[in-house]
Design a protein around this ligand. Structure first.
Ligand SMILES: Cc1cc2nc3c(=O)[nH]c(=O)nc-3n(C[C@H](O)[C@H](O)[C@H](O)COP(=O)(O)OP(=O)(O)OC[C@H]3O[C@@H](n4cnc5c(N)ncnc54)[C@H](O)[C@@H]3O)c2cc1C
Length: 398
């Protein structure tokens, strides 16, 4: 019986797992350094106190148990290196895992360019424990405002660096949350300002013009100060310095200036691009090893026209399903399928019950309807997983 190992239990790893689990005659091992799948697109709800940790995580042991596959195991290990010749995976915990077929699905991390001094003063929300820390810092800032009411009520300044999807969403969610906080408590010292720094002419560079305009209008309504054509050059304990010669006194900084491939990718002897994403062919096989596939954010994935796809959940899903199909067909000596991801659109959460959606580049929607569409899309992903983990949990605790 052939053994397939998946490294990474994020969006792409789980899609691949569910596809492979339909085959009863293969062994499957899924490895993740965390025992949970972090629902990254929902982290804003956590920061804005709309949800808690159990709402933004999927338990991986319960998920695996709930798939009712006789030869499926989850291993909570951190992979440190891979020997592709001997097909051995090495881990921090000193356990060695072997494979016949391997799927690399380790995702990305926030890119902290070495050219910017003082990035140790910034927060990163991609990792769950850092998002939690950030949420607490944010709440502390709000509480300080309440405590300060009878005194000076100095300005509190939050700076979000990077006006791509993550930067825009986090700035909007914080601004909306703070607005409601001051209104609900009738607090007077609402002197909290959020600045969003964009290196381009606009926010959300590369997105549909109408989406940029709608998002810009919403951020302005939320009183976010948008600073364009400026890059963070450095920061010290007090100030953040910009390439346009100005500086901002900050209370804290969120850095959302870009992504690069997971740390493990840098150590692998495989062809990679500048972001250390693994280069794959149309079947999602690595250039060097036909039994090693890469999917989701960790891979540089192209459509049939040769365009590089952005790192998002849609591409994670399509690539995962295609790689799983190709592994099953390789085992059965059947023809492989070329992966051709097509984007369904963009959904941008902009604070509270407000979102902007671009559906297939044809229709753009904003406001509460946009929010309902975004909710629907994520529930469509999450609800089936919740059903599986409920069954898995029953099985594990019987
Ligand atoms: C704040 C935020 C908001 C987002 N919002 C959206 C959105 O609205 N819509 C959208 O489409 N996309 C959104 N994205 C992007 C989306 O989350 C990613 O495209 C998606 O998570 C990619 O899935 P993946 O499986 O490739 O990687 P991930 O989901 O990151 O999973 C990678 C997994 O690999 C594991 N791993 C990494 N290294 C190792 C190792 N050495 N050993 C063992 N395990 C390892 C990690 O623990 C993780 O579980 C957002 C991202 C962020 C950060």
């Amino acid at each position: 019986m052939k053994k397939v190992v998946i490294i990474g239990g994020g969006f792409s790893g789980i899609y691949a797992l569910r596809e492979l689990a339909k085959q009863s005659d293969i062994k499957i091992t899924i490895i993740d350094k965390h025992p949970y799948h972090n629902l990254q697109p929902e982290v804003y709800d956590l920061i804005a106190n709309k949800s808690n940790i159990s709402d933004v995580t999927i338990d991986l042991p319960s998920l695996c148990a709930g798939l009712h596959h006789s030869y499926l195991e989850f291993k909570n290990l951190r992979v440190t290196s891979i020997d592709f010749q001997t097909q051995n995976i090495f881990t921090q915990e000193d356990e060695i895992v072997t494979y016949d077929y391997l799927i690399l699905a380790m995702g990305t991390r926030t890119l902290f360019p070495t050219s910017i001094e003082g990035l140790n003063n910034t927060d990163d929300i991609k990792k769950l424990h850092k998002a939690l820390f950030f949420k607490q810092s944010f709440e502390t800032q709000l509480f300080n405002k309440v405590s300060d009411e009878a005194k000076k009520c100095d300005k509190t300044q939050i700076v979000v660096v990077g006006a791509g999807l993550s930067g825009v969403e986090i700035a909007a969610e914080m601004a909306n949350y703070a607005k409601q906080f001051f209104e609900r408590g009738n607090f007077i010292c609402d002197n909290l300002k959020i600045s969003l720094i964009s290196s381009g002419d606009t926010i959300l560079s590369g997105f549909h013009k109408k989406i940029v305009q709608m998002s810009n209008d919403r951020l302005k309504d939320l009183k976010i100060d948008i600073i364009t054509n400026a890059k963070m050059t450095s920061s010290d304990e007090e100030f953040l310095y910009l390439s346009n010669g100005t500086h901002i006194r900050y209370s804290f900084i969120v850095f959302a200036g870009g992504i690069e491939a997971s740390n493990l990718s840098t150590k692998l002897n495989l062809s990679k691009n500048k972001k250390n994403q693994i280069i794959v062919n149309g079947y999602l096989q690595t250039k060097e090893y036909p039994n090693v596939f890469a999917i989701g954010d960790i891979a540089q994935i192209k459509n049939k026209e040769g365009q590089i796809m952005p790192a998002n959940v849609t591409v994670a899903k399509i690539s995962a399903k295609c790689a799983a199909h190709n592994i099953v067909n390789s085992i059965k000596d059947k023809e492989l399928k070329v992966c051709d991801p097509k984007l369904e659109g963009t959904l941008i959460a902009l604070g509270g019950r407000y979102a902007v959606c671009d559906l297939y580049g044809i229709v753009q929607v904003k406001g509460f309807i946009g929010y309902l569409i975004k909710q629907f899309v994520f529930l469509r992903y999450k609800l089936p997983l919740l059903r599986i983990i409920k069954n898995g949990h029953k099985k594990l605790t019987m």
